[in-house]
Design a protein around this ligand. Structure first.
Ligand code: 5GP
Ligand code: ZN
Length: 130
């Protein structure tokens, strides 16, 4: 039922690293965090990317994103926002080919000018003007 890849680092994540889970998804901290609290949410099934998530898996992932965002904000009052994102495909920057969603806490002053947020995936395109 649950597809597993022996070669995949996320399929083989140590149990002790799991922060929260439900029947279909797991949340753990990124080993190379962009900001403190940077979390990764994955389906338990080894699937390539976001577009392969079933409706039930989407709901499971969504539940962990919401739960973790609340927990992080309760535990750290300096968190004022989040970036939520997923890289789907090598061309989009995906390096681990097991679907995962990044939950990145943001704090005032954590970068010089945060405007544009995820637009920053293409350097130089973060800001826009009408
Ligand atoms: P991608 O570039 O595929 O969207 O994101 C992969 C993420 O996995 C990166 O943010 C990277 O820091 C994280 N990462 C890479 N190897 C490991 C690991 O062994 N354990 C954990 N927890 N995160 C990892
Ligand atoms: Zn996997």
């Amino acid at each position: 039922m649950n597809e597993h890849s022996n070669e995949c680092i996320f399929c083989n994540i140590e149990k002790s690293r799991i922060v929260i889970e439900n029947s279909l998804a797991i949340l753990f901290y990124d080993s190379f965090p962009v900001t403190e609290g940077h979390s990764l949410i994955i389906p338990k099934r080894h699937i390539a990317d976001y577009f392969s998530l079933t409706g039930d898996e989407l709901r499971a992932v969504h539940e962990l994103i919401n739960l973790q965002s609340e927990r992080l904000m309760e535990g750290d009052k300096s968190i004022k926002g989040f970036n939520i994102g997923t890289n789907a495909g090598k061309a989009a920057g995906q390096t681990v080919m097991h679907c995962h969603i990044h939950l990145i806490p943001r704090r005032e002053g954590d970068c010089e000018d945060p405007r544009g947020g995820v637009r920053g995936v293409i350097p130089g395109k973060m800001k826009y003007s009408i």
